[in-house]
Design a protein around this ligand. Structure first.
Ligand code: SF4
Length: 212
């Protein structure tokens, strides 16, 4: 059974693939916060801005990998008017790797999708993933130390970027923490990237654009 909060078609807003059309498959549930406000203060991850509890209007529960993959494929624009482009799905959450397994990845491949995951890095990766983005959360145990993109929300207490630089990622991004002090966190991230050019700035363009 796969439980999805929502599945929708949009543009990837942040990181390496920013601007790329994608189906977002948001899995329900996370191991670092219950998603309930009353638990936020005691959660490992305290700055979450995502609704990942339960099943939303365009989510669902899928008994098999094939049913899940069909739901994802149904969001991709079809028909003769849809021109070109590799199908792209971003599996996110919540924490997608609590549910996303090799069977689901295979089923998505079978429908022509490049399969990306955005994970907090506390779970092993499913076999066959095409793109792995890890967004580490300070205070959790990171088991995924290799992938395509490491995207660190910045600043985090105890989250100096240097501690991740030895990990095996192709791209290193700092993403300003989205909070009441966003101007300050953005300035800090810009300053860090300028002083440490290995790091690139990830901007949440979907929020600036007002898209989902
Ligand atoms: S790990 Fe991700 S989904 Fe889970 S609480 Fe933190 S930001 Fe939200």
């Amino acid at each position: 059974m796969y439980t999805l909060r929502e599945i929708f078609y949009t543009l990837q807003g942040e990181g390496f693939h920013a601007g790329r059309p994608a189906v977002f498959a948001r899995f329900s549930g996370c191991n670092l916060w219950t998603g309930r406000e009353e638990d936020r203060a005691t959660a490992v991850c305290k700055f979450c801005d995502t609704e990942f509890v339960g099943v939303g209007p365009d989510g669902g529960k899928f008994a098999t990998a094939a049913e899940f993959a069909d739901a994802v494929a149904s969001r991709w624009p079809g028909g003769s008017a849809a021109s070109g482009g590799e199908r792209f799905v971003v599996c996110t959450g919540g924490e997608p790797l609590l549910q996303l397994d090799a069977a689901a990845v295979d089923a998505l491949h079978g429908r022509g999708f490049m399969v990306a995951v955005e994970t907090n890095g506390t779970q092993p990766a499913a076999r066959g993933l095409d793109w792995i983005t890890v967004s580490p959360k300070i205070g959790s145990t990171q088991v995924l130390t290799r992938g395509d993109e490491l995207k660190l929300v910045y600043p985090q207490e105890g989250g100096a970027p240097e501690q991740f630089e030895q990990m095996d990622f192709t791209h290193f991004y700092l993403q300003p923490m989205d909070c009441a002090e966003r101007a300050r966190t953005t300035a800090a991230a810009v300053e860090y990237c300028l002083a440490h050019p290995r790091w690139k700035l990830s901007v949440q363009t979907h929020k600036a654009l007002g898209i989902r």
